[in-house]
Design a protein around this ligand. Structure first.
Ligand code: FES
Ligand code: FE2
Length: 350
């Protein structure tokens, strides 16, 4: 099940150029393109004539032309030309989806267009703000999006999955604190006076123990921002003084593709050693390697869940935050579905 009334990151901005770009979001095939002034557009990737994928057509000026019989559509999805005839058949249109370009990406609204408010695009300022240097990328994850959210809210796996990058022995044994803030969750954990994980030791040049913070914000439906870093032990980080440490925003923008596949957009932003290209490479490679470890785990988990559907699972203490996140999202989806029923719109089962 998906929440439809939400902005989802559909593509990094450079993915959509002067050619049609097809991508599936929430199980729907969309095609993105840019008009002459660079404005991004998104419409359903199905020609209303004979269902040819519009993503296999061409962009001509402000229009998208079908590659089969040449019907042309504007960014609002209206047919503007039928080769060989002077009239447009009634109903000849494709559904258009609101798109906003922000934070280095294209965000698409999957609910009714009249409900789309560009001001409600999630605030991911670190991706596009002076003072922060960002590496970013994408994984095509062959697993349900909620498994990734579970994973991001669960710090206890770091010690076992990421021992070469961000894991240390201390992580699983130290409990985290979870707080609900509206439809968001805030999870906080401090690891005090312990050795830094390998990646942070290299990035920060730490020789001794550190105080390490992990603050995680999960915003429904599935965007997770982590404020992570560490500072020399006892140097004041616990009281907010991070000057002797390194500070990173680990950004995870999670867009369901289908029920069993996910567009996993990630970013890693820092505000230290900003001119240091070697540091950029170190952290980009470290982040990519870390998240690839998660992808491998989640895909293996999905395969097993698929092969033994409905088999029972046991909860442990570390599952608190993921369970709360599922409840929040479940309630939002239930409310949205109930609203659709009240409005008389057909209920969507994703
Ligand atoms: S299928 Fe698109 S123009 Fe015929
Ligand atoms: Fe992980």
């Amino acid at each position: 099940m998906f929440l439809r009334k939400a902005w989802y990151l559909a593509a990094w901005r450079e993915e959509v150029t002067d050619r049609p770009f097809g991508r599936t979001v929430l199980g729907e095939r969309l095609v993105f393109f840019r008009t002459r002034d660079g404005s991004p557009k998104a419409v359903a990737d199905r020609c209303p004539h004979r269902a040819f994928p519009l993503s296999m057509g061409t962009v001509e000026g402000d229009h998208l032309r079908c590659g089969y019989h040449g019907l042309a559509f504007d960014g609002a999805g209206r047919c503007v030309e039928v080769p060989g005839q002077s009239t447009i058949p009634p109903g000849c249109a494709v559904r258009a989806f609101p798109v906003v370009e922000r934070w280095q990406g294209l965000w698409v609204w999957m609910g009714p267009a009249e409900d789309a408010d560009p001001a409600s695009v999630p605030e991911i300022a670190w991706l596009d703000t002076p003072g922060w240097v960002t590496s970013r990328g994408k994984f095509d994850l062959r697993a349900n999006y909620q498994r990734l959210v579970d994973n991001l809210l669960d710090f206890s796996h770091l010690q076992f999955v990421h021992e070469r990058t961000i894991g240390t022995d201390a992580v699983a044994e130290i409990p985290s604190r979870t707080e609900r803030r509206g439809t968001s969750l805030h999870v906080q954990r401090w690891i005090v006076d312990r050795p830094p994980p390998p990646l942070f030791a290299r990035a920060g040049g730490f020789n001794g123990n550190v105080d390490r913070w992990m603050n995680c914000d999960c915003h429904a439906p599935a965007n997770v921002i982590l404020d992570i870093g560490c500072a020399v032990a006892g140097s004041g980080a616990l009281d907010g003084d991070r000057r002797r440490g390194i500070e990173i925003r680990s950004i995870h923008l999670v867009t369901p593709e289908t029920a069993t596949s996910t567009h996993y957009f990630w970013g890693y932003a820092r505000n230290f050693a900003r001119e240091d290209a070697a540091m950029t490479e170190l952290l980009a490679n470290g982040a990519r390697a870390t998240f690839a470890e998660d992808v491998a785990i989640l895909e293996a988990q999905e395969r097993r869940l698929t092969s033994a559907r409905g088999a029972p699972e046991v909860d442990i203490n570390g599952d608190g935050a993921p369970i709360q996140a599922r409840r929040i999202l479940g309630a939002l989806i239930a409310a949205e579905t109930a609203g659709q029923r009240r409005d008389g719109a057909p209920e969507r089962v994703s």
